[in-house]
Design a protein around this ligand. Structure first.
Ligand code: RVP
Length: 486
């Protein structure tokens, strides 16, 4: 019957990259990419919008390393705004909320205040915020034994070096070197304090030279919103999110498509729509979406395919969506099912511009939740956003399920709750992931992602071939940092 004359769909383990002539050393491979029309990254990796993966801690760490964190939607709007603001302010060069001292405070008071607020110096201002001087640990020290009750105006340095608000980091640093100081108050034309720039802030920023930053220097931040949550989307946009992810398990639902289109018209941030897994879905979205996210059922904690009987193996899903998206210059993100760096670079070969991972990062320090020990091994909790636990704590939107007035027994979950091995810092996990992806580019002989997408070819792997790919006929004695046997 025609019904059984069906196409085949492939996933990660079905394919390998065909090795090709190459002069590309992995270190030279340039992984820079776009996640959406207006957002570029040095590292083509996103952390999943899940309540056991991404809040502001993860988003800050991801952006500093050059990727992007997508804050999950299982929280109220106020908390979401606070989380976004925390990311946007994390590497702020100009401190706006400056700790200040008054000239008539005592040295003792100011010393205590500086310790409490964790700063080592403070501009001294009058009632009109006019800058009179600056006081630091060095000024205070001589007073500590004998003059604690003296006024700040005695102890402060009154020849204070200030700069205008529009000073560049370079100019500020030059001022600091020239005058051997560590902080420069920024003032308006009336000499009123408007901010503070510190040497520590400037140097810290240099440490993360691949960091994902907006034009104003703030770290990039993504945030997930439910498909019908216009209010949340607008609040995220106003809070400064760079990319709003309309996050739905089946974005080819036409009500979702309409709502996403409306959200796009109301926000300034880029809007990525997902998840989809077919050419037809891509065709219905490319005219307005700034990016498409692919994945129907590949996630490690996902039971969508077994519960609903629907899904698309991920390599085929990515190729279908990317074929359409590429013609409209819309970036594609492959979301879910990535266990190894090799999977990540295969997704890019299939046409993705970036990859999103959940389980890979859920065990790191920056993911929410504490470390638990079972049988002497350390784990962290990891759960699907369609699991009973996640739905009962406010989720469900993603699965187009109205769970608010339901009892837990009535939920029809599409995910499970699990534990994942504890892994330490995000930076070292990401280092392995990115290092493996660079190796893949070396084997194919491509120096950039666009070149790699063009040049890479797949071969089909048999089950014997798959067995041969993994370590075999040995007993692994030491765990490699980038390989855990299933
Ligand atoms: P993985 O990296 O394989 O752990 O997959 C993470 C992805 O799984 C998420 O980015 C999301 O698309 C999907 N997900 C999240 N929750 C669920 C579920 O409960 N089914 N699936």
């Amino acid at each position: 019957s025609a019904k059984l004359d069906v196409p085949e769909a492939l996933t990660f383990d079905d394919v390998l990259l065909r090795p090709k002539e190459s002069r590309v050393e992995p270190d030279e491979a340039d992984l820079s990419t776009r996640v959406s029309k207006n957002v570029e990254l040095q590292v083509p990796v996103l952390s999943a919008a899940m309540d056991t993966v991404t809040t502001s801690d993860m988003a800050i760490a991801m952006a500093r390393q050059g990727g992007l964190g997508v804050i999950h939607q299982n929280m109220d709007i106020d908390r979401m705004v606070a989380e976004i603001e925390r990311v946007k302010r994390a590497d702020e060069l100009v401190i706006r909320d400056v700790v200040t001292a008054r000239p008539d405070q005592t040295v003792r008071e100011v010393d205590a205040m500086m310790q409490e607020r964790g700063v080592s110096g403070a501009p001294v201002v009058d009632e009109d915020d006019e800058v009179l001087g600056i006081i630091s640990g060095t000024d205070i020290r001589p007073y500590l034994e004998v003059g604690e009750a003296d006024e700040v105006r005695e102890a402060m340095t009154d020849e204070v070096i200030t700069a205008a608000e529009d000073v560049t980091p370079r100019e500020a640093l030059e001022l600091m070197y020239e005058h051997k100081i560590e902080r420069v108050p920024l003032v308006d034309e009336q000499n009123r304090l408007v901010g503070l720039i510190t040497m520590q802030g400037i140097l810290q920023r240099r440490e993360y030279d691949d960091a994902a930053r907006a034009d104003d220097g703030s770290l990039r931040c993504g945030v997930a919103v439910g498909p019908f949550e216009q209010e949340r989307a607008v609040a995220a946009d106003e809070a400064g999110a760079d990319v709003v992810f309309i996050d739905c398990a089946h974005a080819h639902n036409l009500n979702v498509v309409e709502s996403a289109r409306e959200i796009k018209s109301k926000v300034e941030a880029d809007v990525v729509v997902g998840n989809v897994g077919t050419r037809e879905a891509a065709e219905d979205l490319v005219d307005f979406a700034d990016g498409l996210k692919v994945g129907i059922g590949p996630g490690s904690i996902c039971t969508t395919r077994v519960v609903s009987g629907a899904g698309m193996p991920q390599i085929t899903a990515v190729t279908e969506v990317a074929d359409v998206a590429a013609q409209h210059d819309v970036p594609v993100i492959a979301d879910g099912g990535i266990r190894y760096s090799g999977d990540a670079i295969k997704a890019i070969a299939a046409g993705a511009d970036a990859v999103m991972l959940g389980s890979y990062f859920a065990g790191t320090d920056e993911a929410p939740g504490r470390v638990i020990t079972m049988n002497g091994k350390k784990y962290k909790q990891y759960r699907g956003m369609g699991s009973v636990g996640a739905m009962s704590s406010g989720g469900g939107e993603r699965y187009l399920k109205d769970v608010d007035d339901q009892d837990e027994e009535e939920y029809v979950p599409e995910g499970v709750e699990a534990a994942t091995p504890y892994k330490g810092s995000l930076a070292s996990e990401l280092h392995q992931l990115v290092g493996g992806m660079r190796s893949g580019m070396g084997y194919v002989g491509a120096e950039t992602i666009p070149e790699f997408k063009q040049r890479s070819e797949f071969v089909r792997v048999s089950s014997a071939g798959h067995q041969e790919s993994h370590p075999h006929d040995v007993m692994i004695t030491d765990e490699a940092p980038n390989y855990r046997p299933d």
